[in-house]
Design a protein around this ligand. Structure first.
Ligand SMILES: CC(=O)N[C@H](C=O)[C@@H](O)[C@H](O)[C@H](O)COP(=O)(O)O
Length: 241
């Protein structure tokens, strides 16, 4: 690859550091610290949501920052307009991640117009968050530098599998010639490796690394379903006097 950011992430892990509205960890400094911890663990890049979080993280880590701005929670909400994209780039993101689906955008621009407009003002890479093979093909045509499977299972064109959509990753890799970032519901190291084996250029993991409430829920659910099997010592009981 010919771009230093693409060189940096080749075959590597990107960690998405996001807290959601109303959550205790939703604070730019907190997310920047989470990003620092991910870098210590070997993250080659981090993905961060929100202008303040991007700005705080860019100065806190020495790896590329993939920035996005979620505005809303339905339809096109990941960096939905050119104005959002420029703000993310202004905050210092090295890569601007934006909705890469074929759905209408709130400002009426096409994806190609959005990418071209961003390039007029900023020297950044663009990651298109796609939900299907057709999205990825169109996003490549529109000028995206990186194709992500971020929206597979969220835009209505692919099933929402419990794990990553490995089939889609392989299809995009076969049909396109841009780096493909596997993202979405990669919950285990084995799934990350499987995404890489399916042809992903890099693998992005969020929830399983940086969302403690969800991870805690996985454990509490497992315990709620678990029953002691034979041979397990019984819990001590209080001796009667
Ligand atoms: C669909 C959507 O809004 N995805 C968002 C995109 O930035 C994030 O909420 C995800 O956490 C991120 O894509 C990483 O995925 P996962 O958390 O499954 O590892």
């Amino acid at each position: 690859m010919t771009h230093p950011v693409l060189d940096a992430i080749a075959g590597r892990l990107i960690v998405s550091c996001q807290a959601y509205p109303g959550e205790a960890m939703r604070h730019p400094e907190t997310m920047a610290q989470v990003a620092q911890a991910a870098v210590v663990g070997g993250a080659a890049a981090v993905r961060v949501q929100g202008i303040a979080d991007v700005a705080a993280t860019v100065v806190a880590v020495d790896v590329p920052v993939v920035g996005l701005w979620k505005d809303g929670a339905e339809g096109v909400f990941i960096t939905p307009t050119l104005a959002h994209a420029r703000s993310v780039a202004d905050a210092g993101a090295h890569v601007v991640a934006l909705d890469g689906t074929r759905r209408p955008r709130p400002d009426g621009l096409t994806l190609a117009q959005t990418i071209a407009g961003l390039r007029e003002t900023h020297d950044v890479l663009v990651m298109a968050d796609c939900g299907s093979l057709a999205d990825a093909v169109a996003a490549q045509e529109a000028g995206a530098d990186i194709l992500g499977t971020t929206l597979a299972g969220y835009s209505g064109e692919r099933p929402k599998l419990p794990g990553p959509d490995l089939e889609l990753i392989a299809e995009i890799v076969a049909a396109c010639d841009r780096p493909v970032v596997a993202e979405g519901r990669i919950h285990t190291p084995a799934q990350a490796a499987a995404a890489r084996a399916a042809g992903a250029y890099a693998v992005c993991v969020g929830t399983a690394i940086t969302h403690p409430s969800t991870i805690t829920g996985w454990f509490t659910s497992a315990l709620a379903d678990a029953v002691p099997t034979a041979g397990v010592p019984a819990a001590p009981t209080t001796k009667e006097a």
